[in-house]
Design a protein around this ligand. Structure first.
Ligand code: HEC
Ligand code: HEC
Ligand code: HEC
Ligand code: HEC
Ligand code: HEC
Ligand code: HEC
Length: 247
């Protein structure tokens, strides 16, 4: 075992790195909240006793580069400090920034500053890994339906995003330097900032005060058609039919 993917919040997938730059993704993944092993998503077609799926080097690199800060050009050997998402995953390479600071050229920041970034720029920054409409293969109709799995893509389809003059972004609801808040009240406040008669908007005819997220951003099953229990909040904010929200 060389690598474990995932923070452990939902699933952890294990892999072996080959000398040729390929990767063996193990057939079973551990789902921490459920304390159970499940078939790794995407391996449903393999026989039960298969060791897993082998990825060719190009694909293996892609997989790692969304789950690590950087890696060497020619092999899968990762330095420990680059495992997982880090500062440079969002802010870009920092070497020029550090050199400038050491030479006392403090006026040159030379790093991707994200403060005040608007909807479209944030879509690019986060969508590199979380996926936008542009990074989902349009012939993959399965993926196009997964608005609950690919948040930038999901959010971009909502009227909230489209009709807010680029003001609605990931950081309207999330602090990128901390884990996602799990108290729904935090998000309801954000909804009410835009949806209330106080800002000249029609409030919700069903519940103008609270519980917005459970009705308009419900937690939906991520890997449809499997027994995997993972659910994520659907970022395509909309009016759901009751049956749809339960899926
Ligand atoms: C385009 C970027 C991208 C690629 C390529 C990618 N992932 Fe991910 N992966 C993500 C993002 C973003 C998340 C977090 C959102 C989610 O859970 O879907 C994630 C989540 C996961 C999780 C669950 C994480 C947790 O904390 O519970 C595992 C396990 C995982 N990926 C494994 C893999 C493996 C193995 C590969 C290669 C076969 C791979 N990923 C390829 C972006 C990517
Ligand atoms: C380099 C790829 C990458 C980029 C860029 C990225 N993420 Fe993620 N993000 C991930 C992965 C992978 C996970 C799943 C946790 C893990 O496996 O480490 C994740 C998890 C999250 C979570 C869930 C954390 C939790 O507590 O459950 C949130 C929220 C999130 N990302 C928001 C963002 C936002 C907002 C941006 C842009 C400002 C962003 N991410 C940019 C890869 C990325
Ligand atoms: C998931 C993406 C992500 C990661 C990882 C991340 N940041 Fe940020 N960072 C942002 C975003 C987005 C903002 C703008 C937040 C806002 O608008 O309030 C920001 C703002 C900042 C700022 C304020 C100046 C500016 O650029 O706007 C500093 C300084 C900063 N981050 C440093 C760090 C450091 C140091 C790390 C690593 C320990 C880190 N960040 C990791 C996304 C990220
Ligand atoms: C930056 C402002 C903004 C935020 C924040 C926001 N919305 Fe919206 N939302 C809009 C706009 C603009 C529309 C278009 C209709 C209108 O003008 O009222 C809209 C439309 C909607 C609709 C109607 C969707 C449809 O397809 O007809 C729902 C439901 C909704 N929002 C719920 C929410 C919920 C729930 C939240 C919080 C999770 C939220 N919104 C956060 C701006 C916002
Ligand atoms: C209107 C508020 C809102 C906006 C805007 C928003 N999110 Fe979220 N996000 C949520 C809520 C609510 C949750 C569920 C939190 C919970 O209870 O665990 C969530 C959870 C997540 C998670 C963890 C997966 C899950 O559902 O547990 C990721 C990853 C994430 N958001 C990424 C993003 C990214 C990337 C963007 C920008 C494209 C974004 N979010 C914009 C409200 C928002
Ligand atoms: C019990 C589920 C439920 C809750 C809780 C709820 N809504 Fe709704 N909401 C709905 C339904 C259903 C509709 C469609 C009503 C209709 O068309 O008659 C709707 C409609 C809307 C609309 C469109 C209004 C219009 O006239 O176009 C907005 C915006 C909205 N809700 C925002 C919110 C916000 C913000 C919250 C939290 C403060 C919230 N909702 C709480 C179920 C809910």
């Amino acid at each position: 075992l060389h690598l474990a993917f995932g923070s452990g919040k939902s699933g952890v997938t294990y892999a072996t790195a080959y000398a040729d730059g390929g990767l063996l993704e193990f057939h079973k993944s551990y789902f921490v909240p459920h304390r159970q092993w499940y078939t790794t998503p995407g391996q449903e077609d393999l026989p039960a006793r298969s060791p897993g799926r082998r990825f060719e080097p190009a694909l293996a690199r892609k997989c790692i580069l969304c789950h690590a800060v950087t890696m060497p050009e020619d092999r899968l050997a990762l330095e420990k400090r680059f495992l997982g998402v880090g500062c440079e995953s969002c802010h870009g390479a920092g070497s020029a920034h550090i050199a400038a600071a050491e030479e006392g050229r403090a006026s040159k920041v030379l790093i991707v500053g994200l403060k005040g970034a608007r909807g479209t720029q944030m879509q690019e920054t986060c969508g590199k890994c979380h996926r936008t409409a542009a990074t989902i293969d349009p012939s993959d109709t399965g993926a196009l339906k997964q608005t609950q799995r690919f948040q930038p893509y999901g959010l971009s389809l909502s009227r909230c995003f489209k009709e807010s003059q680029d003001r609605l972004t990931c950081t309207t609801c999330h602090d990128p330097h901390h884990d996602a808040v799990t108290d729904p009240k935090h998000y309801e406040k954000v909804c009410r900032d835009c949806h209330s008669s106080a800002v000249g908007k029609k409030a919700c005819p069903v519940n103008p005060k609270e519980k917005c997220v459970s009705c308009h951003m419900p937690q939906r099953q991520v890997f449809e058609g499997t027994n995997l229990p993972t659910r994520m909040a659907d970022h395509y904010i909309r009016i759901f039919k009751k049956a749809e929200a339960r899926q």
